[in-house]
Design a protein around this ligand. Structure first.
Ligand code: ADP
Length: 222
């Protein structure tokens, strides 16, 4: 199964993907995580993308598309299936992704759009904390760690992403709104768009998402 997760920053794409990937044996490809790793390592790519990520703007299409192409083709993921989170973010990226998959006769199965309202988004992003060592996600009130500032799974230090401040969140929302219509229309016209209400808590969202994934497996075995 090849699934795309769409939706505004803070809708819970990463949280949902982390919660579902094992059961459905899907590789989670999170573009934001890949870019932050590159920045942390100080690689030439990391240096190139730093200013875009920190300002909340978009990294140029050709850079992110190349990253996805490498991941998908090298890991043979076009055959094995993936949950793609944070890509595509523009109409061009959506078209390029189709072209990459088409080379091996593959296509996206579902584009799942997580809809969330602005107050929910702001509350989620400003309270989000991330483990510096393993990348696990927490929230100060919605999903707090057992011990403040410390990762439950690996004991790493929790930090607040530099772009999770109110001003950069506003830029990210503007960028998102400007690009989202073309992506949503693209997948709707292919009959692949599924919308989920992401204002609800994680358990409810997982249930709704599982229906899509289970429905897919059923229709493929019948
Ligand atoms: P969010 O919480 O906003 O969904 P991500 O962690 O997915 O954040 O992305 C963080 C930043 O990385 C974005 O604001 C953007 O600068 C960059 N980025 C991530 N994915 C893409 C993409 N597909 N195209 C361009 N830039 C991207």
């Amino acid at each position: 199964m090849k699934i795309i997760l769409l939706g505004p920053p803070g809708a819970g794409k990463g949280t949902l993907a982390n919660a579902m990937k094992e059961k459905y044996r899907l590789t989670h490809i999170a573009m934001g995580d890949i870019l932050r790793e590159e920045m942390k390592s100080g690689s030439p790519l990391g240096k190139e993308v730093k200013s875009f990520v920190e300002s909340g703007g978009l990294v140029p299409d050709h850079i992110v598309t190349k990253i996805v192409e490498n991941k998908v083709t090298r890991g043979n993921l076009a055959q094995q299936g993936f949950l793609l989170d944070g890509f595509p973010r523009t109409g061009t990226q959506a078209k390029d992704l189709d072209a990459i998959l088409a080379k091996s006769g593959q296509a996206i199965d579902h584009a799942v759009y997580l809809e969330a309202s602005l107050p929910v988004i702001i509350q989620r992003l400003t309270g989000r904390r991330v483990c510096r060592a393993c990348g696990a996600l927490y929230h100060l009130t919605n999903m707090p760690p057992k011990k403040s500032g410390v990762c439950d799974s690996c004991g790493g230090e929790l930090y607040q992403r530099a772009d999770d401040n109110e001003e950069t969140i506003k830029t990210r929302m503007d960028v998102y709104l400007k690009n989202t219509v073309s992506i949503v229309d693209f997948y709707r016209s292919q009959g692949k768009l599924q919308k989920l209400n992401a204002d609800s808590g994680l358990a409810e969202l997982m249930k709704q998402f599982a229906k899509i994934l289970d429905g897919h497996s059923k229709s493929n075995t019948n």
